[in-house]
Design a protein around this ligand. Structure first.
Ligand SMILES: C[S@@+](CC[C@H](N)C(=O)[O-])C[C@H]1O[C@@H](n2cnc3c(N)ncnc32)[C@H](O)[C@@H]1O
Length: 203
């Protein structure tokens, strides 16, 4: 059993309230419309699912994560919401996830919320996920950045098994058209500055 399989048991109660406005900002930046296919990786416990489903309606939401414990919580949310087979969960490492795992040739939107700082291989994971995005598709990254770590930053790194000193927008900046990065509301609990980065895959 991995770290996040245990964290899944109290993730929503301890984490969800710290990222409410940031999740809304990501929803808006995704520029969703009914029928789109969205890849949410890492899906975690599915905290972004209501925001994404609100935008795509019966479109397909693909949630991928390496933790089966986190995905079990996401499955429960999906079942309770009655989304049926319009939400598909995939147990996979972001660096290895394939279109055959997803069951679609590509996706219209890529959502990476608190993933870039957590992936063990950030660049490899991003390159792989970017490869699954259709040309013309949009990617949204939300994460935390701290140039140097204070006490809370160390706590965040420890509790999330993350590295928030990574310049985790740079892989997107290097390949996207129309790249932009904006600061989001941050509190001391985040351990650094929250940002939203977005860009489109060249057609
Ligand atoms: C801080 S949580 C964020 C979860 C979710 N995106 C959210 O907003 O609540 C980090 C997640 O990354 C997942 N994760 C870590 N490394 C991964 C990898 N290599 N591939 C896929 N998921 C990974 C963990 O299992 C965990 O669910």
């Amino acid at each position: 059993m991995g770290y996040y399989d245990v964290f899944a048991l109290f993730y929503d109660t301890s984490v969800a309230h710290h990222y409410v406005s940031q999740r809304l900002a990501a929803q808006e930046a995704l520029d969703l419309s009914p029928g789109l296919t969205v890849l949410d990786c890492p899906a975690g416990t599915g905290l972004s699912f209501p925001h994404i489903k609100a935008g795509i309606g019966d479109g397909l939401l693909l949630g991928a994560d390496v933790s089966s414990g986190m995905l079990a919580k996401a499955r429960k949310k999906s079942d309770q919401a009655g989304w049926g087979d319009t939400v598909r969960l995939v147990h996979a490492d972001a660096a290895e996830l394939s279109s055959s795992d997803l069951g679609v040739p590509g996706v219209d939107r890529l959502h990476i919320f608190l993933g870039m700082s957590a992936f063990s291989d950030m660049q490899g994971s991003f390159t792989n996920l970017w490869g699954l995005l259709n040309p013309g598709g949009r990617c949204v990254i939300v994460d935390v950045y701290a140039e140097t770590l204070g006490f809370q930053g160390r706590m965040v790194n420890l509790s999330a098994r993350a590295d928030i000193t990574r310049r985790s927008w740079e892989p997107l900046e290097a390949v996207a058209e129309g790249f932009r990065r904006d600061e989001l509301e941050s509190t001391p609990a985040h351990g650094g500055a929250m940002f939203l980065a977005t860009g489109t895959k060249p057609a």
